[in-house]
Design a protein around this ligand. Sequence first.
Ligand SMILES: [Zn+2]
Ligand SMILES: [Zn+2]
Length: 315
Amino acid sequence: MKALVFDSSLQVVEMPIPVPESGEALIRVLAAGICRTDSEIKRGYMKYRGVLGHEFVGVVEKASNTYLVGKRVVGEINCVCGRCVYCKMEMSRHCVNRTVLGIQDRPGAFAEYTTLPETNLHLVPDGIHEDVAVFTEPLAAAFRIVEQLSILADDRIVVLGDGKLGQLVAQTLWLYSKNIVCVGRHRWKLDLLSRLGIATALNTDTLEGRADVVVEATGTPAGLQRALALVRPEGTVVLKTTCAEGFQMDAVGAVVNEVRILGSRCGPFRPALEALAMGTIETRPMVSECYPLTDALRAMTRAEAPDVMKIILHM
Ligand SMILES: [Zn+2]
Ligand SMILES: [Zn+2]
């Protein structure tokens, strides 16, 4: 099969179809989304080497649970041991023995086939197009915030970042509080949210007042400092950016203002799939371009261009 591999450089290579281990399914990948994390891995994030890709939809070809065979699925990316201290505490996304699809010790989904534990899989309702289903994983990450933090109906929320994750977060939190503004660098990206009725502002605009919650989803280390300047005393800054270079922050300001800093990573697939099925989250305008897997190098380059949002690979 063909796969996009990162091993000090990016290459589309020919390799054997993976053999699922016990309890795992073999999945024929239909489509996969390129994420900022994939670009960060290229810059050294997680020191990962191997097949990239963690946002996918596919069809199960082999599974011990025969009900799954032939079904369209998306998959949770953390593969866990079920025995360690965090697995036993029902915090299995923090499993100390975990592998993570296309990010940590497990070949990813920018390939014709991939494998995942059957328990990681979720059936995709028929009505969800494959170019929409690839948003399940990043949308689940947006829903993670409301698992971690209760948002009140009039909470003032600022989302920093008009990229893919920032927009998914803004749309998700808007379901909980209409008092929200998404701040970004690109008018055309912010316009996608404005069209949905969500307030937006450019980085250069001055924001009135301080926010109860600021979500940092800029993908850059400078975003944390900006978030700390915008949050009210005893407010919460949610950190969503995973970048290879790490953060610098004015820790004293955070101490004096007693700001709660909340790291936030992967989230629940079920509410994400429901929102996509019901159309309460709009992803289609975010899809900029689609490429075949054979053209994955060009797709990865395009994914970093300022004039695109989501790039999707079709296998
Ligand atoms: Zn991702
Ligand atoms: Zn574990």
